[in-house]
Write a protein that binds this ligand. Structure first.
Ligand SMILES: *Cc1c(COP(=O)(O)O)cnc(C)c1O
Length: 454
């Protein structure tokens, strides 16, 4: 019998995160100030983030030590298991060996606590009392609520209105961990009031909720803001996933030919893929491929424009160079709420531009078909977001069959879907729409990008 799951000892929990910045094929472009569009200095970020996080955001150190108190909490669910998906292999009729790294076993049910915990730790260590953030489907808000409870921090979450109404259990989860949750747009901030004035029934968007959370944090000395994806320090923290996966693959004597993950802002993908990409960037390995899967309704990497854009609708947060669909873009309400951000992590965008990561976009129904196949073979019920990774895995499995090669596929199952049963309900009832983004909406986004001095 083949090994089903590879478990590491607690002693094998990584003691350092991998920082890809010094290894990128080109240095990341500086963040710009949203008002002046001039490069940001650390002093501009001080009202938003604690010093330790600001330092990590621009660090050129390849390895960054994980504090003991963070590792102590990681130990609740880490090291996470790596599974061999033999039953899925048979269902896909492929000679490929398929492995997945499962992050759904964290208390919040996704990879997000991997960064929420260190962020809460660094804030608490610098005397911050309160964290603000935004959440879409509620995954990030619940991870930060959990982390806040470990370090005695107050947590205020601006939750995108549609999700607030549609996902009452995620809100209840956040409140159980002690967080306060407001539907966004809210009358609590100038950004929220401006939107409500134009459209009192606004469904909200991640961009609007970010604006509110940043404004709230900047307005109070005891508060800082916390981000769940996109920025360098978040991707850094998530590399515990790939560092563990590398050890686990080594234990079974395999190395992936292709690494697959879904991309919303890029953090779970980067977390799994970057430690393997390090081997390609250093020249230790050649031929490993990396596939980033995103929704056709929000196809940032496959169809977005590469340039500077605001990270949020109101333009209060830093401006970043990335693939973007425009900061005003409000995607159609697909069920993969975590994949609806208009931009992507700058480091990932550089890797896509250089052809080191390949991006593909998929529609809802083909993804849910794979999620259901997975649930019926491997048992775990995927969140709607990693169902996109599963769709790419099915393509890779078919390609391996056609080539007659026993390729090794590794993918990230970054969260479970227990709070997304209404989405499964809709899929099983044949009521899911396949939404593809119209080109004219992207063309409009290009016109709205900020005019950054060359
Ligand atoms: C938030 C989330 C995502 C998208 O964010 P990334 O930063 O791209 O990982 C994907 N899957 C799950 C389960 C999430 O909670």
């Amino acid at each position: 019998m083949n090994t089903k799951k590879v478990l590491l000892d607690e002693a094998d929990l990584p003691d350092r995160w991998y920082n890809i910045l010094p290894d990128l094929p080109e240095p990341p472009a500086p963040y710009l100030h949203p008002a002046t569009l001039q490069p940001l200095g650390p002093e501009d970020l001080a009202p938003i983030f604690p010093q330790a996080i600001i330092a990590q955001e621009v660090s050129q150190e390849r390895w960054i030590e994980i504090p003991d108190r963070v590792r102590e909490i990681y130990r609740i669910w880490r090291p996470s298991p790596l599974y061999r998906a033999e039953r899925l292999e048979r269902a896909l009729d492929t000679p490929a060996r398929i492995y997945f790294k499962y992050e759904g076993g964290s208390p919040a049910g996704s990879h997000k606590p991997n960064t929420a915990v260190p962020q809460a730790y660094y804030n608490a260590a610098e005397g911050v009392k309160r964290l603000t953030t935004e959440t879409g489907a509620g995954q990030w808000g619940s991870a930060l609520a959990l982390a806040g409870s470990f370090f005695g921090l107050e947590v205020t979450v601006y939750m995108v209105r549609v999700s607030y109404d549609q996902k009452p259990y995620r809100r209840a989860l956040m409140e159980t961990w002690g967080a306060t949750v407001y539907p966004s747009p809210s009358p609590r901030t100038a950004a929220g009031r401006a939107v409500l004035e134009r459209d009192p029934d606004s469904p909200g968007s991640l961009g609007i909720a970010i604006s509110e959370a940043v404004e709230d944090a900047v307005g109070r000395e005891d508060s800082r803001y916390s981000l769940g994806s996109v920025v360098n320090h978040v991707l850094l923290h998530q590399t515990v996933i790939g560092l563990e996966a590398k050890k686990q693959m080594e234990l079974v004597g395999d190395y992936p030919d292709v690494v697959v993950g879904c991309v919303g802002g890029g953090s779970n993908f980067a977390g799994l893929a970057y430690p393997f990409l390090a081997d390609v960037l250093s020249g230790t390995r050649t031929g490993t491929r990396f596939v980033a899967a995103e929704p056709a309704a929000c196809p940032t990497l496959t169809r977005g424009v590469y340039g500077y854009d605001f990270g949020d609708t109101a333009g209060v947060g830093p401006v970043a160079k990335m693939y973007t669909l425009g900061h005003d873009f409000v995607p159609d309400p697909i069920h993969a709420g975590g994949l609806r951000y208009h931009g992507d992590a700058p480091s990932l965008c550089i890797l896509v531009r250089h052809g080191l990561v390949e991006a593909r976009a998929y529609r809802q129904n083909e993804c849910f078909a794979e999620a259901v196949r997975f649930a019926r073979t491997e048992g775990f019920l995927p969140a709607p977001e990693p169902s996109h990774a599963l769709r790419a895995v099915a393509e890779e499995a078919a390609a391996a069959r056609e080539a007659g090669e026993r390729r090794v596929i590794l993918f990230g199952l970054c969260g479970h879907g227990h709070f997304d049963m209404s989405a499964y309900d809709a899929y099983l009832a044949g009521a899911l729409q396949d939404i593809e983004l119209a080109q004219e909406r992207i063309d409009r986004a290009v016109r709205d990008l900020p005019a950054v001095p060359a």
